[in-house]
Design a protein around this ligand. Sequence first.
Ligand code: CA
Length: 229
Amino acid sequence: MKKILVLEDEENIRSFVVINLKRAGYQTIEAETGEDALTALRANPDTKVALLDIMLPGIDGFEVCRRIRAMDSHIGIIMLTARTQEMDKVTGLMTGADDYVTKPFSPAELTARVDALIRRTGGDAESASADEISAPPFLLNIRNRTLEKNGQRVKLTQVEYSIIKLFMENPNKALSREEILDAVWGKDYFGELKIVDVNIRRLRLKIEDNAQKPAYINTVWGYGYKWGG
Ligand code: CA
């Protein structure tokens, strides 16, 4: 059974989430604090997705997200954000989260997000026509899902990898934000288009020489993005 970590200090919300995930066929690991969550993840390295509340006693959800990413780039991370904290979404994504769900959420919405993230991060489900795509200074290894720039590994999340792969498969082609959303998050994704922009911003910080003047991921104003050209 696929393991999901649920980090939430409010017991009512945590048990609501856990019951619904179990009903959807997942195994759950519960944590009340960020520190407990990190310990639980070290003990359960096969965890597929972590659901992180933000406001917690001790270290907050953003810090937990940062620390998880420092040890594991493959796990899927969904932030549980409060409706009033619009900025949480952007901050969460910038610290390495893949998605966010706004409280209050329905069980159906939450499990749909978890299912979609597991599909995306599932790895070898996609058929690769070639093992590598080379676009100097970049080399994308499809078998290992890794990216190198000038021979140095660039640490990417699974979502960032999927975006860069889409770009490298479509060089010099303007891709609309909707196309990127459909290709990377899936057509059944219920989120907002701006998740594309936030992920691109994060990706630029990792791959561009100067993220303020991007040379690889170019903005196509009012439309989307283009790799190269
Ligand atoms: Ca809380």
